[in-house]
Design a protein around this ligand. Structure first.
Ligand code: PGA
Length: 252
C-alpha cells in the first residue's frame, strides 16, 4: 500500500550554482526518469530561480526558494517577497534554516511571520528546526526542537499546518558527514508531529548529511517522509540516489 504522506525530497543548494550551472543541472536531472510516486523540489539561489523555472518547463519538479521576507513589498533593502517568488513559479520556501537563524539573526518570531505569510500566499513552507551540538550533548534536543516548532506555527490552523513541511535538521549533522541515527531522528520527528495540531498529517523530513548511502534507512522510519538535502543535492547522481530511496518509501 502506498504511504499516506507523499514522500518529498528537497534539494537546498544554499549559495551554490550560477544561472549557467543551474541550467546544466536541470538538463541532466530531467534526462533521468524521475519517480512519479514522490515530490521533488530544488531550491536554487534567488538569482537562478527564473532560469530554473524556464528550464523546468512542464516537468513535475517543484521550485523552492531558500528564504523570503514576509511582506508583499516595502522598504526592505536586499529582501525578496512572496509575490516576487510566485511570479517565478516558486511553490515551496525553506524557512528558518539554521544558517539563517545563526548567521543572519532570524528569530522564532520572524520565522512565524514568514510561515504565516507563505501560507497566506499559497507557498508551502518547509520549516527547518534543529538543536545545536551543545544542546544535543545536554540531552535537550527534543525540548529545543519542540519549542522552535510550536513558535513557527503559532496562529496557524491545523488544516494549514497539515499542508506544511517541517525538516528536522540537527545542526551538528549539517554538512559534517555526521548523520543522526534513523531511530534517533525518528523519535525527534515523532515529537514534532505531536506538538502542533495538524502536523500529524504533514510531511516531516530529516536533514543533515543525508546521502544515497543513508537515505533508505532514514526513510524506512515511520515518521520520516523524506529529506532536506544540502551537499548531496548539488550533483545529479547524488541527488537521484536519494530520490530513488524515497521511491522505496512511497511503495513500502
Ligand atoms: P547537508 O545540508 O545535507 O549538506 O548536511 C542540509 C541542509 O542544511 O539543509
Amino acid at each position: 500500500m502506498a504511504h499516506a504522506r507523499r514522500p518529498l525530497i528537497a534539494g537546498n543548494w544554499k549559495m551554490h550554482k550560477t544561472v549557467a550551472q543551474t541550467r546544466a543541472f536541470i538538463a541532466e536531472l530531467l534526462a533521468a526518469a524521475l519517480p512519479e510516486e514522490i515530490d521533488v523540489v530544488i531550491a536554487p539561489p534567488f538569482t537562478a530561480l527564473e532560469a530554473a523555472h524556464d528550464a523546468l518547463g512542464e516537468s513535475p519538479v517543484f521550485l523552492g526558494a531558500q528564504t523570503m521576507h514576509e511582506g508583499a513589498q516595502g522598504p526592505f533593502t536586499g529582501e525578496i517577497s512572496p509575490v516576487m517568488l510566485i511570479e517565478l513559479g516558486v511553490t515551496y520556501v525553506i524557512l528558518g534554516h539554521s544558517e539563517r537563524r545563526l548567521q543572519f539573526g532570524e528569530s522564532d518570531a520572524s520565522i512565524n511571520n514568514k510561515v504565516r505569510s507563505a501560507i497566506a500566499h499559497g507557498i508551502t513552507p518547509v520549516v527547518a528546526v534543529g538543536e545545536t551540538e551543545a544542546e544535543h550533548a545536554a540531552g535537550v534536543a527534543r525540548v529545543r526542537v519542540v519549542s522552535q516548532t510550536v513558535a513557527a506555527f503559532a496562529g496557524v490552523t491545523a488544516a494549514d499546518a497539515g499542508r506544511c513541511v517541517v525538516a528536522y535538521e540537527p545542526i551538528w549533522a549539517i554538512g559534517t558527514g555526521l548523520v543522526d541515527s534513523p531511530e534517533g531522528a525518528n523519535a525527534v520527528i515523532g515529537e514534532i508531529r505531536a506538538c502542533v495540531a495538524g502536523l500529524e498529517n504533514a510531511r516531516l523530513l530529516y536533514g543533515g548529511s543525508m546521502k544515497g548511502e543513508n537515505a533508505a534507512a532514514l526513510m524506512a522510519q515511520p515518521n520520516i517522509d523524506g529529506g532536506l538535502v544540502g551537499g548531496a543535492s548539488l550533483t545529479v547522481p547524488g541527488f537521484l540516489a536519494i530520490v530513488e530511496a524515497a521511491r522505496a518509501r512511497a511503495n513500502a
